[in-house]
Every structure is written in C-alpha cells, then in structure tokens.
Design a protein around this ligand. Structure first.
Ligand SMILES: *Cc1c(COP(=O)(O)O)cnc(C)c1O
Length: 375
C-alpha cells in the first residue's frame, strides 16, 4: 500500500517560491547577496543568541564547531550512544576520539552521571543531543562542563523550537548546531547552522567556513579551512521557512498534544519524556513499544505500514556499528534502539490523520486484542 500518512514532509509555499525567485532574478545565487545574512539574523534572533553562521548541512555545522574550538588529535569528546551517527562521525572527522556514554531512562538524553564517569585527562568537550527534540538537562551538563573546563557543543539538529525554562535550545552550549535537512522542522533541502554568543568562536567559524581566507588579504589562507557555505538559494528558501517557524512549531505541539491524549493508557506504550520546565520541539513524536504492548516495535511498524502509515525506528545505538564497536555496554540506549518508534509528525497532518494513527496503534495493541477475545 502507498504511504498515506508520512513520518515527515516539508511544508512550504508561496513565500519560499517568491524569495527563491527573487534570488534567481537578482543574480545572487552563490553565498553572496542579502539572503544568507537575512537567514542568519532571523535564526540568531529566534535562538536568542548573538551569532548564527549558516553552513551546508548539520554535520559540517558540528564539525566546524569542533575545529573552531581547536578540538583534534589526542582529545576525547563525550557523545551519547543514542543519536544520529553524524554526532559521532564529526569527532572522527576532527581527528579526536568519541567517547560514548549511555542515555538516561527518564529523558532518553545523555546522562549527566554517565558524562561525569567518562571524563578523563583528555576530555575536551561534550556533545549533548536533544533527542527527537526533547531538551537535555543543560543545567547539570553546564555545571559539569564548568567544573572540568569542558566545551559544550549542543547538537540541536532536532530541537529548533525546544525550550528549557523558557530559554531556547541552541543557546546553552558554547556552540550549538542545527540541521535543515528536508525532514527537519525548518528545511532548506540541505543546510545547517552554528550558533554562539562568543565573538571569537563566531569569527573563527566564519573564517573556517570560507576556506580560512584572511579577512584582510584575498587569497591568503593562514590555515587549512573548508568550504562549508550555504548558498543564497537555500538561504532564500530558509528565510521564508524562518518566517513560518512559529506556525511550524505550533503545529508540532498540537500534533503531540493529540497523540498524548489519544495514546494514553495503552499498556506497554511509553509516551515521550515530559517535565514542566522543558518544552520539546516534537520534531518527531516518538514512543517506546515495550513487552506489554503485545507486539514488538518492528511488528507494529509492519502492521502500520500495511495501513499506509509510515513510521521510523529509533537510531541504531552507535556502539552497534563497526566503527564504534566497544566491549562496553549501554543498557538504556540498547533498549531505546529496540523499542523506539517515531510516529507520523509532519506539520501538514490533519487531526483526523493523527486520530487514525492513534486508533490503529490502539487497535494493534494487546488491550484491544484481549478485549476482542473477551467479547
Ligand atoms: C539531522 C541530524 C544531524 C545531521 O544533519 P545533516 O543536515 O543531515 O548533516 C546531526 N545530528 C542529529 C542529531 C540529527 O538529527
């Protein structure tokens, strides 16, 4: 059956078309012209930070942050085991060593206690990831970082619109990174961003993003840099997306509230974490399918797919993949990797579609089957 209800789907329209057209007719299609600046300014403002540096994707945003902070050979960087693979890969790209730690069962995010236990003489940085948009415990992580003089690079790729005590994700770390890949809350097709309040780190990221060319002398490159620029065409599209960002976030919140209500009380189904001081971006509405549900996560996904409903399993824990193999164990990440399922979370979903997904899940659960047997 054709997918009728997708996990993610970009939402764009007239304004995106208008800005991209303007970009084309003006001739400014490389990264020069007004749109990159305009896009950066809108996002810096949205995140409540001094600087935003637009880049080609979320992976190079993380890498740029690491190299700008001079993290490299001989350094260790603490990374959660449960994340998208890019978070670990960029540490390798920088020449440093990723040190995996387990996540917390209550938040699904990097465990502050596990961070403390993993710190060595060589530890230089922590990359907390707001998994599926739920904010990490940034206060505890910030305190640990301060105590041990570590840098915090927030991987906020999934967390645009998330908040902790009213403060936006992307404003907590020394540096934060975002992704604007097509399935992310705001998209430019491919794209990314670094944010920071640190003037020197910002200047260094701009410098390294543009081949490390001297701002004073054209074609003089005192260091080995990168071409990590975002194009003006992407920034034009992104500027229109940024203008509709409050609406996109509001829709994610509404979808999450509907799911929470309609999926409550199903045995074996765990709803995403929630605590009063945190607002998730709900990039994905993700649940855990435990034993009491009566079907495995994978069986449920297959059944839903047969009804035209698309889902995504959680990321595979990094330690399960060859480049990250280790004898250490990560019980929480392992369980999340086995039980986690992201439900359709596209902003264009109708209330009736969310209801349909929730009804299908309830219908496929053990409760429903035992009720059927009883009648
Ligand atoms: C999407 C994502 C990235 C990478 O973003 P790209 O734009 O695809 O390079 C990094 N980290 C996390 C947690 C992500 O979800």
């Amino acid at each position: 059956m054709k997918i009728r209800i997708p996990v993610a789907e970009p939402e764009f329209g007239e304004t995106e078309l208008r800005y991209v057209t303007d970009c084309v007719t003006s001739g400014w299609i490389s990264s020069l012209g007004p749109y990159v600046n305009r896009f950066e300014t809108l996002l810096a403002h949205f995140c409540g930070v001094k600087h935003a540096i637009a880049v080609a994707n979320g992976t190079v945003a993380l890498h740029l942050g690491l190299v700008a902070a001079r993290i490299g050979k001989g350094d260790e960087v603490i990374v959660p085991d449960m994340t998208f693979v890019a978070t670990g890969n960029v540490v390798h790209h920088a020449g440093a060593t990723p040190v995996l730690v387990d996540v917390d069962a209550a938040t699904w995010n990097i465990s502050p206690r596990a961070i403390e236990a993993a710190i060595t003489r060589r530890t230089k940085a922590i990359i907390p990831v707001h998994l599926y948009g739920y904010p990490c415990d940034m206060e505890a992580i910030g305190a640990i970082a301060k105590r041990h003089k570590l840098l915090v690079i927030e991987d906020a790729a999934e967390a645009l619109g998330a908040e902790l005590n009213g403060r936006p994700a992307g404003s907590f770390g020394d540096i934060a990174s975002f992704s604007f890949y097509a399935n992310k809350t705001l998209t430019t097709g491919e794209g990314g961003l670094c944010t920071t309040n640190d003037d020197r780190l910002a200047a260094r990221m701009r410098f390294l993003r543009d081949h490390a060319m001297s701002p004073k002398r054209r074609y003089y490159h005192p260091e080995i840099g990168y071409n990590y620029r975002l194009t003006a065409l992407q920034a034009a599209f992104g500027t229109a997306q940024a203008e509709r960002l409050p609406d996109l976030i509001e829709k994610k919140q509404r979808i999450a509230a509907m799911y929470r209500e309609q999926l409550a009380g199903i045995p074996g189904l765990t709803l995403p974490p929630q605590r009063p001081e945190a607002r998730s971006s709900y990039w994905m509405f993700s649940v855990l399918i435990g034993r009491a549900f009566g079907r495995s996560r994978d069986e449920l996904a297959i059944e839903l797919r047969a009804r035209g409903i698309e889902t995504r399993p959680f990321f595979m824990p990094l330690h399960k993949m060859p480049p990250y193999k280790t004898p250490r164990r990560f019980p929480v990440a392992t369980r999340l990797g086995r039980e986690g399922l992201s439900l359709p979370s596209a902003t264009r979903l109708t209330a009736a579609q969310v209801q349909e997904v929730a009804d299908a899940i309830r219908d496929l659960s053990a409760v429903s089957r035992s009720r059927r047997r009883a009648s």
